[in-house]
Design a protein around this ligand. Sequence first.
Ligand code: ATP
Ligand code: MN
Ligand code: MN
Length: 302
Amino acid sequence: FGLLTDEAGMAAAEAAGIKLTSPDRVIYPGQGVTKANLVAYYAAVADRMLPYTANRPLSLLRCPQGRAKYCFFQKHDTGGFPDAMKSLLVTEKDGGEEDYFYIDNLPGLIAGTQMNVLEWHLWGARTKDIEKPERIIFDIDPDEGLGFAEVRAAASDIRDVLDASGLKSYPLVSGGKGVHVIAPLTPRVEWPTVKAFCKSLAQRMADDQPDRYVATMSKAKRKGKLFIDYLRNERGSTAIAPWSSRSREGAPAAVPVSWDELKTVKAANQFSLAMAAERAKAPDPWADYFELDQSIGNPPTN
Ligand code: ATP
Ligand code: MN
Ligand code: MN
């Protein structure tokens, strides 16, 4: 597993003050990736991953027996995690209170891995201003049978539509089947406005090219088409974190790429954890992500 050795993982856990149990348990059977290897992976990508992942409410996909076995999503802390996994009390719209996981450093990533987190899913807002999203995401979900070329074309269509609204965006290959087109926002407007903007954008694309795109969840209407899943842009919805491992065949990661590089990507799951760790040492294709100051106004009325 390349440089992501058990020893590197053990050393990273020790430096983080986290006791790693069953470090040599294999969690990706196909690749022989162990829990300690996965810790080594997160240590290798933490500097790239944390700016997107720290201080956001999380939904964690936990797989206690490894990939391909029973996995479950968990949003609320029911105990058992090392202290580096933190939680935050959020007042809900109905006045009730819920606690949500968040992390703010590498020990947090290791604490999750110790607790068998295989996927890190993020809210679109930060803990300090939970009502105002700091990014929008268009999650392109191809129907079975469509090739990745169709996904790439859809991603650049979305990029162009966002550009026309003054929003620069970045492609994330999901590690599964699709691409997420992500535009960072300066958190100025609240969830309902952002959702309305995203819905209207996806709907407009589906109206303009009805044989390529759909903007409704209905499986029946998705036959042979690309679903532009704008529903990631709701309060409480999540999407996979850049650099997260995926609980899928091949031990893939969700990886940021540039628009140019996307043209050469063959599949959304082509980056293994080992390849992603290598990429974390190369120049960052999203280098100016946090330098942009862009936001949406009122949604277009049509
Ligand atoms: P793919 O490229 O294969 O579609 P994906 O990560 O985009 O991978 P989706 O099924 O499209 O997978 O889901 C998009 C996002 O919605 C996920 O990344 C996840 O954050 C969220 N999600 C999907 N299903 C669930 C679920 N059962 N519980 C919680 N969140 C979910
Ligand atoms: Mn998807
Ligand atoms: Mn989806």
